[in-house]
Design a binder for this molecule. Structure first.
Ligand code: NAI
Ligand code: ENO
Length: 286
């Protein structure tokens, strides 16, 4: 695989890290970045993440062989509709959005004749930081990237996007859109919702009790992700609303059961929940 011209729409943490990784792998001749914030694009150029930039989205994609849409979920539809008239007939389009059903629905609505060369993707790698300054080439090494190709997707487009991610050091797996959204609701979206909610609860007690001063490492480990971009997670919650609500309802029921066991001093029940969770967590990290 060699890409002549790669367009990155949204040169932030993920778009910037992908550009860096592909440049490091020497698999593209030219990377053009496109965004809305001039200072961010200038920084991307200065850091060598991109070779050129433009704020004109049609200009960015006009001669691109591969177009990566790395904008927030709430911007996907407008980006798809703006690029449609300017895309080259052979251009392969992919995205990095954290939820897939909403992106796929918007692709069906707005990509028209280009839909068959659209490969939905999601790198399961990131940090709580945003913007190109936080991007780094090794972000995707030994991490998974999920592709959710559609019935209409050209297998050659899927093969190219698979190779593209493999060049970053990632392992690529394919999944249905629905399964992706259920799995990510449980493993990524629910933990972020819980971290935000926990920190918010504690922040409201903060004035009276100075509690953050006395927080230990466990608090830090559990809540790092509550520093993530609020707007990005707002978009994810709304985009994957039904799968998140489903897993949140299950979590609420389990938490109520634990509260009940604590209330009744039910040692056996408390120990069985904690032991089961420790076993699962040790197996996961081992
Ligand atoms: N942050 C993370 O850890 C991960 C994020 N994602 C997904 O990646 C996407 C991007 O997230 P980040 O890179 O973290 O965000 P970011 O905020 O670092 O970068 C997004 C960039 O898109 C630009 N942008 C916004 N609207 C635009 C538009 N209409 N046209 C062109 N550029 C536009 C912004 O100026 C910004 O530079 C999101 O869809 C997110 O769900 C996926 C995996 C991990
Ligand atoms: O910061 C972390 O640990 C994350 O969980 C990053 C992350 C955020 C969003 C995604 O869709 C995938 C990964």
């Amino acid at each position: 695989m060699f890409i002549q011209r790669l367009a990155i729409l949204g040169v932030g943490l993920i778009g910037g890290s992908l550009a860096r990784a592909l440049k490091r792998a020497q698999v593209c001749a030219e990377v053009i970045g496109c965004g809305r914030q001039l200072d961010n694009l200038q920084e991307a150029l200065r850091l060598g993440v991109i070779d050129h930039y433009t704020t004109d989205i049609a200009e960015a994609v006009r001669d691109a062989d591969v177009v990566v849409v790395a904008v927030p979920l709430g911007q996907m539809a407008s980006v798809f509709s703006s690029i449609r008239p300017a895309l080259a007939p052979h251009a392969i389009i992919t995205d990095v959005g954290s939820a897939k059903a909403s992106v796929v629905e918007e692709a069906y609505q707005h990509l028209g004749e280009h839909l068959g060369r659209f490969v939905p993707a999601h790198p399961i790698a990131g940090t709580e930081k945003s913007g190109v300054a936080a991007s780094f080439a090794s972000l995707f090494e030994n991490r998974r990237v999920i592709l959710t190709p559609l019935a209409e997707t050209d297998p050659q487009a899927t093969a190219l996007v698979t190779q593209l991610w493999q060049h970053t050091g990632a392992e690529v797996v394919n999944m249905s859109v629905e399964h992706h959204d259920e799995v990510l609701a449980a493993t990524s979206h629910l933990p972020h919702v819980l971290a935000y909610s926990l920190v918010d609860t504690l922040a409201q007690m903060e004035d009276r009790r100075e509690i953050f001063r006395f927080a230990a490492g466990g608090f830090r480990d559990f809540t790092r992700i509550a520093s993530s971009d609020p707007k990005m997670w707002h978009d994810i919650c709304l985009a994957n609303r039904s799968a998140i609500l489903h897993v949140l309802a299950q979590f609420n029921a389990d938490l109520a059961e634990l509260a009940d066991a604590i209330e009744h001093g039910d040692s056996a029940h408390i120990l069985s929940i904690f032991s089961r969770a420790k076993m699962a967590r040790d197996k996961f990290s081992g």
